[in-house]
Design a protein around this ligand. Structure first.
Ligand code: PMP
Length: 399
């Protein structure tokens, strides 16, 4: 990475670490044979695949047999949602308004083809689930409830345990898109109560194009790609170099509770340093979902009424990589659907900027942002406020 740049867009993707690169190279060089081949080289590749499966299972608190390797969270989400069509003779699919754009589009596609009846759980102003609505929507007609563990834009954590109890009480399954949570907070599959869990390696310093769907043992979930690999749950020759890279990335996350505590505390400290610093230097800054329980690395905010495009231009000039929301749907002209679902007015939602940190973010980088960004934005905010008739910010507030 160019060391002059400050990368604060880790919810979009993270940089692969040296151990991950080494594991991918090892897979390409040493284990290029097909893990399904019965000869010695194939069997060595198979051994490596089994070891990677065990490593991921250990990190997630699931059984190795529950791991289905996929090309990433998008595919895992597709297996989960498409597999729910007609499950137990049911057509109902309940999902939250915070789900990833890919999940929402797929759900609408299934509904258009009359393969599913959709129920949408709305969001509270703080970005968590409207549980009263959830209780009304989860009925005995529902096959699957799909709720993400943490939102990719706000970082707000969703009540997974409660949703599992709600779904199971009605005989429905619970799918959790844990793509943004894994790597940032500990996750235990058995304790979560989820039946299906999606993840992507590149969100926690693994390679792109590889992930997994965890499928609770005994649940006969249909495949999207037919074939014999992954116990016939996902056909296609395994991406072993990618899977070895994923396993290397999980090793770092198989931590004792004390180590997790320190990991989370240091992430939160840096995020709070950034957030508090911006709030105090730039009055008029507002954090979205700031009162909710959030991922330790994510800060989603607006600088007064400055449009996100204007802020992004300034950030770019300073070499600070951030985003106006989800990388997959950030367009600039449409407000974030997550913020809209939280009831944030369009003109405020169009000002949203997301900073997302990682284990590679340093205190010095955050200090550099705090030293440089307020001087760039304060005059613009004051100008904008004056033009719009808002009270101008006190002079010197950004010194
Ligand atoms: N779900 C969530 C919550 C995500 O943030 C993302 C990535 N932005 C995905 C799913 C899709 O992951 P991938 O692009 O790796 O398939």
């Amino acid at each position: 990475m160019n060391t002059d740049r400050i990368y604060l867009d880790n919810n979009a993707t993270t940089a692969p670490t040296a151990d991950v690169m080494g594991a991918v190279a090892h897979g390409l060089i040493k284990h290029w044979a097909n893990p399904s081949s019965p000869h010695a080289m194939g069997q060595e590749a198979r051994q490596a695949l089994m070891q990677a499966r065990t490593q991921l299972a250990r990190m997630l608190g699931c059984k190795p047999a529950e791991v289905v390797f996929t090309s990433g969270a998008t595919e895992s989400n597709h297996i989960a949602l498409r597999g729910a069509v007609g499950f137990n003779g049911r057509q109902g699919l309940v999902l939250s308004a915070a789900e990833h754009a890919g999940v929402q589009k797929l759900a609408r596609h299934l509904a258009q083809r009359q393969q599913a009846n959709l129920g949408w759980i709305g969001l509270t102003p703080e970005g968590t689930l409207d549980m009263a609505q959830a209780r009304d929507l989860v009925t005995p007609h529902v096959a699957l409830v799909s709720v993400m563990a943490a939102n990719n834009e706000t970082g707000v954590l969703m009540p997974i345990g409660e949703m599992a109890r709600l779904a199971h009480a009605q005989g429905a399954m619970l799918h959790v898109d844990a793509t943004q949570l894994i790597g940032k907070l500990p996750f235990d599959f058995d304790k979560s109560g989820a039946d299906l869990v999606s993840l992507s390696a590149h969100k926690f310093h693994g390679p792109k194009g590889v992930g997994a769907l965890i499928v609770r043992q005994g649940l006969n979930w249909p495949a999207l790609y037919q074939g014999s690999q992954e116990r016939a749950r996902r056909g296609g020759t395994e991406n072993l170099p990618g899977i070895l890279g994923l396993a290397a990335a999980t090793e770092r996350l198989t931590m004792a509770p004390q180590a997790w505590f320190q990991h989370m505390a240091s992430q939160t400290r840096l995020r709070d340093q950034l957030e508090q610093g911006l709030l105090s230097r730039l009055p008029g800054t507002v954090v979205f979902g700031g009162e909710a329980t959030r991922l330790p690395n994510t800060s989603y905010l607006r600088f007064g009424h400055l449009h996100a495009d204007v802020v992004l231009q300034r950030l770019e000039r300073l070499g600070i990589m951030a985003s106006s929301g989800a990388a997959c749907s950030a367009s600039g002209n449409e407000p974030s659907f997550v913020l809209s679902a939280m009831g944030i007015p369009r003109e405020e939602a169009l000002c949203a900027i997301r900073f997302s940190l990682s284990i590679q973010t340093t205190s010095a980088q955050i200090q550099t942002v705090l030293d440089r960004l307020p001087a760039e934005l304060a005059p613009l905010m004051a100008e904008h406020a004056a033009a719009a008739g808002h009270p101008a910010f006190p002079s010197g507030a950004f010194a």
